[in-house]
Write a protein that binds this ligand. Structure first.
Ligand SMILES: Cc1ncc(COP(=O)(O)O)c(C=O)c1O
Length: 379
């Protein structure tokens, strides 16, 4: 057989899949596994959002739509960004994609040339690097402070003539940390001083507990060089709908649009009507989910700390990030094999020595998971 793509061969398979596949296999064998490994709200999509999608199907919204998204959704996103994220956004600056992940992929293809460097602030979510690699770019890692999970001037050391982009994800998956204004300002100054683009993945913006969410594009002139990524999966429990979006300067949106037109064409038409209802409808569902996540967050963090574990500042998202003594893969494996609790080793997120526990699961299951982990003794 002729050799397949070298570019794709160089992309590592998802590091999070190994443990989740093993957990699923154990579940199939009848073992009672508690999964704290997935990044997905355990709530159902709110009724009014589903109804809007069903209405759209019933009135025949089953055909192709404009590639960037239905005008009603582009306007709703533009209004939401201008009002809530405090930077001006016209519908032409928006593209709706098949999940935030797809928007990230389109953006990397749109901005990067072969050899361009992208600074990745670690710990970081698993898909940024493959998207950069597929676009021909190169990742340069920069670890945030491991106590505060904030940035300092050492970030400057990562910049050189090839630096084209920096990826910011606040609130962060996997750490749950939320960047302060000073960290955000540091990124903004760096981008403006060295003419760098920023990707600000704000998919967890609605899940911030004791702090305030800041949009990078709202700082100074940053809207002119920032691709803001967001979506419906986490805020509205719509992971399976595959709906996300990007807001960026028009030239970048035009480039992203070409990638989308020649790949997936568009997000599903009727699903986009559900997203219009999500943004325009009553937001109390978001508040209710956040309140429940907050209750679980307080519980799991205090339990872990009581056991003696150090945890990252859990100010946002739905993850507890726990420092362990020893090999995180081995410990996560032990928790799975002996405690029947599935978690994610930090190595998958460029953070060896840490383990990510998702609290997007019921309080009852969380309590049982904590009991099992406690029984195994501090690792
Ligand atoms: C930080 C981050 N960005 C983007 C995504 C992708 O979300 P979506 O379901 O909209 O593709 C995820 C999903 O886990 C995520 O954690």
């Amino acid at each position: 057989m002729r050799q397949l793509s070298e570019k794709i061969a160089a992309v590592a398979p998802s590091a999070t899949l190994a443990i989740s596949d093993k957990a699923k296999k154990m579940q199939r064998e009848g073992i009672d596994i508690i999964s704290l490994s997935i990044g997905e709200p355990d709530f159902d999509t709110p009724r009014h959002i589903k109804d809007a999608c069903i209405d759209a199907l019933n009135r025949g919204e089953t055909h192709y739509a404009p590639s960037n998204g239905i005008p009603e959704l582009l306007s709703a996103i533009g209004e939401k960004i201008t009002k809530e994220n405090h930077f001006s956004c016209r519908p032409e600056q928006v593209i709706v994609a098949c999940g935030a992940k797809d928007a990230i992929y389109d953006a990397m293809e749109a901005v990067l040339n072969p050899g361009d460097e992208t600074i990745l602030l670690t710990p970081a979510w698993v898909s940024y690097e493959p998207c950069v690699q597929i676009a021909g770019g190169k990742i340069v890692q920069h670890a945030v402070n491991s106590k505060t999970f904030q940035l300092d001037d050492s970030l400057l050391e990562r910049v050189n003539a090839k630096t084209k982009m920096i990826v910011v994800n606040s609130p962060s998956n996997p750490s749950g940390a939320v960047f302060d204004k000073s960290s955000m300002q540091l990124v903004a100054d760096l981008c403006e001083d060295y003419d760098i683009y920023a990707m600000s993945d704000e998919i967890y913006e609605k899940l911030v507990y004791a702090k305030e969410h800041l949009s990078l594009a709202a700082l100074g002139d940053m809207a002119h060089r920032t691709i803001t990524i967001n979506g419906f999966s986490k805020a509205y429990a719509m992971t399976g709908w595959r709906l996300g979006y990007a807001v960026a300067p028009i030239q970048i949106i035009r480039q992203m649009s070409k990638v989308q037109q020649h790949s997936v064409s568009q997000a599903a038409t009727f699903a986009m009507w559900g997203a219009v209802a999500a943004l325009k409808g009553d937001q109390s569902c978001v508040g209710e989910m956040r309140t429940e996540f907050d209750r679980r967050r307080k519980y799991i963090i205090s339990e872990l700390n009581r056991m003696g574990y150090e945890t990252a500042p859990a100010d946002g998202a739905f993850y507890a990030f726990v420092k362990v003594c020893g090999d995180d893969r081995e410990i996560a494996n032990r928790w799975l094999e002996q405690g029947h609790v599935a978690t994610m080793p930090g190595s998958a997120f460029y953070a060896p020595g840490w383990i990510r526990l998702s609290y997007a699961t019921s309080m009852e299951k969380l309590k049982e998971a904590m009991r099992r982990i406690r029984q195994l003794g501090v690792q």
